[in-house]
Design a protein. Structure first.
Length: 322
């Protein structure tokens, strides 16, 4: 008995020493877990599902204490579940985002369009604080777009983010050298100044992404001509009322108005408003999480500019970044 007690004490000491030395990593918190349905309000057989797009649109995984799917993976998971639920008769996409990467925004747009093609049910986008750039890009996949009276939208266009660290390296006495197979292989490097020719090449890529943005708006906003869209897409932002007057959105109202619009579009008088949540999440009304998770302004804190320096790769963004 004494030997067994000594053994356990020894193991405990070894474990403690290992933890203090950083040799062992123990995950004390559970993973995200599967989605669960939560009813928020209403009654009846059929459902209006509300999903959320909040913060920076990116396929980058979170680095918090609890692993969470990125916005692209999360929305895909929700749409896949909803596509297999015949009782879901309408979808409300609650958007609170300044945008994000070009590819992630386009993937979400594609997934919403694919969902609409499969289910043939009304999809309503409801823009909260901010639905700009990539946030608006995703919204135009919906059948109708509603903004709050105090929403900010617009910023239609593309921006490329890169960093020039050459001056900093010179100050600390460091020099970066690239051995490449061609003179343009390291274009966009943060360790040297961009040439005029390289800038023209990047501008060509940006113009291509910009044209894609214009075509997406044209597909979703048939009330606007290509000339009108191009005039509106100079990067400026619009209030909700301005966006409505210009034809970028369909109506001004609150989130419960968007839910009622979804019910009318689906031909429903009564319906249960539901959301999907992770185990342990407390979602008690239609505004849960979007307020707790921060607005589109604080979502910009999720943009890690130092990651651009570390990766050395320019980032093409559908992003409002004042």
């Amino acid at each position: 008995m004494h030997e067994r007690t000594s053994l356990w004490k020894g193991l405990a000491l070894v474990g403690t020493a290992a933890l203090l030395s950083g040799c062992i990593t123990i995950n004390l918190l559970p993973g995200a877990g599967p989605l669960e349905e939560k009813q928020l309000s209403g009654s009846g057989t059929y459902k209006v599902l509300m999903v959320e797009l909040s913060g920076l649109i990116s396929s980058r995984e979170s680095e918090g204490l609890v692993e969470q799917p990125n916005p692209v993976a999360h929305l895909k998971e929700e749409l896949t579940r909803a596509a297999n639920d015949s009782k879901v008769k309408a979808l409300v996409v609650r958007i609170n985002s300044p945008g994000g990467t070009v590819t992630a925004s386009d993937v979400l747009y594609h997934e919403l369009r694919a969902f609409k093609e499969k289910r043939k049910i009304p999809v309503i986008a409801s823009i909260m604080d901010v639905g700009a750039s990539g946030g608006y890009y995703v919204a135009v996949a919906a059948d109708k777009i509603m903004v709050h009276p105090s929403s900010v939208t617009g910023s239609l266009g593309v921006i490329m983010l890169t960093v020039n660290a050459r001056g900093l390296l010179e100050k600390i006495g460091l020099e970066a050298t690239a051995v490449a197979s061609g003179p343009k292989k390291d274009m966009g490097s943060p360790f040297r100044t961009m040439t005029d020719e390289e800038r023209a090449i990047f501008q060509g890529v940006i113009d291509s992404f910009y044209q894609r943005f214009l075509s997406v708006i044209q597909e979703g906003r048939r009330n606007l001509t290509p000339e009108e869209i191009r005039k509106l897409a100079d990067g400026r932002i619009y209030s909700g009322e301005q966006a409505k007057a210009l034809g970028l959105v369909d109506s001004v109202g609150y989130l419960d108005d968007a839910i009622e619009l979804a019910k009318r579009q689906a031909g429903l008088t009564d319906a249960r408003v539901v959301v999907y949540r992770r185990p342990g999440e407390y979602r008690h009304n239609i505004y849960s999480r979007v307020l707790e998770g921060g607005s589109g302004w604080t979502a910009l804190s999720g943009l890690d500019l130092m990651a651009i320096v570390r990766g050395g790769t320019p980032q093409f963004m559908y992003l409002w970044m004042p």
